[in-house]
Design a binder for this molecule. Structure first.
Ligand code: IPE
Ligand code: IPE
Ligand code: MG
Length: 252
């Protein structure tokens, strides 16, 4: 190891393993349609894939797993589908929270909270409170999340501090922005996986993915599991991360 090796934003221990993997779990609807099933069945199968993935991430030794479960734009779907997705989230937390806690998983929720139904908000807070001191995998659930909304809320907080003369605009730096995002304290993702074949970011972690490696997989989310996660990580390990600089000569 070079003595002057630059600090890696992801903060991984092993240089070629991702500490933080983020996933856009996409393709539930198409998975169901392909089988002649209602879209809700695809979402249900998606929860099974999530369980498999959380288990696999823990086994592999990933420190942070962020999952995009409902975007601020997903409210524009038909009301029946929105209701299905809300019911699934509630069921997931009620059924799986005890297991997550037993497995030393720390749950953290990101996204806007002030317009959530009180029963959903209470469950999210319960999941965070119960698992706050756990030291295993951190499972970051992006719910009612949109990166532009998150950045706007951060700007509003910083602007308030300027307005109240608590800070000078010249003091605003990247660290201050980081601290005011929902992801404060969480390292940036090293690897972002999107399933379903779409190759776009759909308003996910726009600030945090500045130097994240992207892997797009042609499988629908309900078909995702340990093998697909391992394959994405293998792909990640072949990438040469530069962070705008030059790659250190490894002597090979
Ligand atoms: C991802 O699957 C789940 C959510 C967005 C909540 P989709 O529901 O987007 O499935 P497709 O993209 O329509 O197939
Ligand atoms: C992104 O998928 C959001 C989640 C997976 C929760 P979408 O299906 O909403 O994204 P678009 O509409 O295809 O860009
Ligand atoms: Mg989709």
């Amino acid at each position: 190891m070079e003595a002057n090796a630059t600090e890696r934003p992801g903060g991984s221990q092993a240089p070629d393993m991702p500490a933080h993997v983020a996933i856009i779990m996409d393709g539930n609807g198409r998975w169901a349609t392909q089988r002649g099933l209602p879209r809700a069945q695809g979402h249900r199968a998606g929860v099974e894939a999530l369980r498999r993935t959380v288990r696999a991430a823990g086994d592999i030794g990933i420190r942070y797993l962020t999952i995009y479960s409902f975007s601020s734009e997903n409210w524009s779907r038909p009301q029946s589908e929105v209701l299905d997705l809300m019911a699934l989230l509630k069921r997931f937390i009620r059924k799986d929270l005890a297991d997550l806690h037993k497995n030393d998983i720390r749950v953290k929720i990101i996204g806007r909270r002030d317009d959530l139904a009180p029963d959903i908000l209470a469950l999210l807070v319960e999941a965070e409170d119960l698992t706050r001191d756990n030291t295993g995998l951190t499972l970051v659930v992006a719910f009612n999340y949109g990166a532009r909304d998150e950045i706007l809320r951060a700007i509003q907080r910083v602007a308030e501090a300027v307005g109240e003369c608590r800070i000078d605009p010249a003091e605003i730096d990247e660290k201050m922005v980081d601290r005011n995002l929902d992801t404060a304290g969480i390292p940036d993702p090293d690897l972002l996986i999107r399933t379903s074949g779409e190759q776009r970011i759909s308003n996910f972690l726009l600030w945090q993915c500045a130097y994240t490696e992207f892997v797009f997989l042609p499988v629908y989310w309900p078909d995702f599991g340990q093998d697909e996660l391992t394959a994405a990580i293998e792909e990640f390990r072949t990438r040469e991360r530069r962070f705008g600089g030059l790659v250190a000569n490894t002597g090979s």
